[in-house]
Design a protein around this ligand. Structure first.
Ligand code: KG4
Ligand code: ZN
Length: 341
């Protein structure tokens, strides 16, 4: 019978648990988001995040197991997010994963959070075939990677300062919107009038695949200070922000496909939930004979399914072990896990 992997995600403000079975797919998954808890502070409070993971993780685990009637004894391995992320939050998932794996005498494996995001579109149907270019756009990262297989990642370009999600979040804050800012800004932008404001497209013509978004934040700040901030004006500014970010992302994604000669683009990470970005990429890349793949909407932002899945793929490469001493890696470069085959 094919292996069942339990996945645990706790790197930031979502506790995610999932069961994935090779050959059958995702059996069950459950998620608790801390958004409401952090929203009154305007961002994630790390200590509150850790404590909430402690509260949620076991009930979510029970829920997943009962949902599909898979007893603990049927689980063959455990995968958890080892980094990058908030140290305390990561420790919650890592300690539960290792303690449970020890109790069950099964292998455990630490997964790179971005590898989870990167491989998450493979959970969808149709799944993209290797090789592909991945546009990784989350709250903490903006990267273009060439992906030749599981563990075969080549960095093509990345942000020199703020991430795309951060640009959404910080601009949203300047516009008086709540956290997380991306979805709130996108919603406000829907009633905005395109073209009223033109914001800078940083590094659009830099000739490489790197990004920079901190100048955009400054431009939004200046614009907000100078404007009347009526509802329509705020919507128009939101529209301009979204246009600028999407323009840069689409332009660089296209350039990455041209540079690598690949036809498939995979978009992963929270910003990949943005509908306008999806429309734009589908159109731009479709026109050039390429195809764009996304995770299902619920797996764009942080979740346990992508960790269970990445863990299952890594375990298939014999990468788990029964050494239950663990550490977490709040800062962890994806290049370090490349080609450890
Ligand atoms: O991947 P993710 O859940 O967490 C990280 O690993 O960072 O990404 C969260 C980011 C946040 O910055 C959030 O504002 C952004 O994704 N986001 C969006 C949308 N949904 C989430 N940005 C733009 N449009 C959206 N619809
Ligand atoms: Zn993430």
């Amino acid at each position: 019978m094919s292996l069942i992997t339990l996945g645990i995600e706790s790197s930031c403000d979502e506790t995610g648990i999932a069961l994935y079975q090779m050959g059958r797919g995702l059996l069950a998954h459950a998620l608790h988001t801390q958004v409401a808890m952090h929203s009154e502070y305007g961002g994630v409070v790390p200590e509150l995040a850790s404590r909430d993971h402690v509260r949620r993780i076991i009930p979510l685990l029970r829920q997943v197991i009962y949902d599909v009637d898979v007893p603990l004894a049927r689980i063959d391995a455990i995968a958890y997010t080892q980094g990058p992320g908030l140290g305390g939050a990561l420790l919650v998932g890592a300690s539960v994963a290792n303690a449970l794996a020890y109790a069950l005498d099964i292998p455990v494996i630490g997964i790179h959070h971005l590898e989870g995001h990167l491989l998450s579109p493979l959970l969808s149907d149709p799944a993209p075939e290797f090789p592909f270019v991945a546009l990784l756009v989350s709250g903490g990262h903006t990267q273009l990677m060439r992906v030749d297989g599981v563990g075969q990642y080549t960095l093509l370009g990345e942000t020199l300062d703020d991430a795309a999600g951060e640009a959404f979040d910080k601009s949203a804050k300047l516009l008086g919107l709540g956290y997380p800012g991306g979805p709130a800004l996108a919603k406000l932008a829907a009633s905005g009038r395109p073209g009223r404001y033109k914001l800078p497209r940083p590094m659009l013509h830099s000739g490489n695949l790197d990004f920079s978004f901190s100048g955009l934040k400054t431009a939004v700040w200046t614009l907000v200070k100078q404007s009347d901030l009526h509802e329509q004006t705020r919507a128009d500014i939101a529209c301009a922000v979204q246009e600028a970010i999407i323009d840069v992302l689409a332009h660089k994604a296209r350039a990455a496909l041209a540079q690598t000669g690949l036809k498939r683009l995979v978009v992963a990470g929270g910003v990949g939930a943005n509908q306008l970005l999806r429309n734009r990429l589908n159109e731009d890349i479709g026109k050039r004979g390429g195809a764009v793949f996304y995770p299902d909407l619920e797996f764009c932002t942080d979740n346990g399914a992508m960790i269970a899945f990445a863990g299952a793929l890594r375990l298939a490469q014999q990468q788990g072990n029964k050494d239950y001493r663990f550490n977490v890696k709040p800062r962890w470069n994806l290049a370090e896990i490349t080609n450890q085959l």
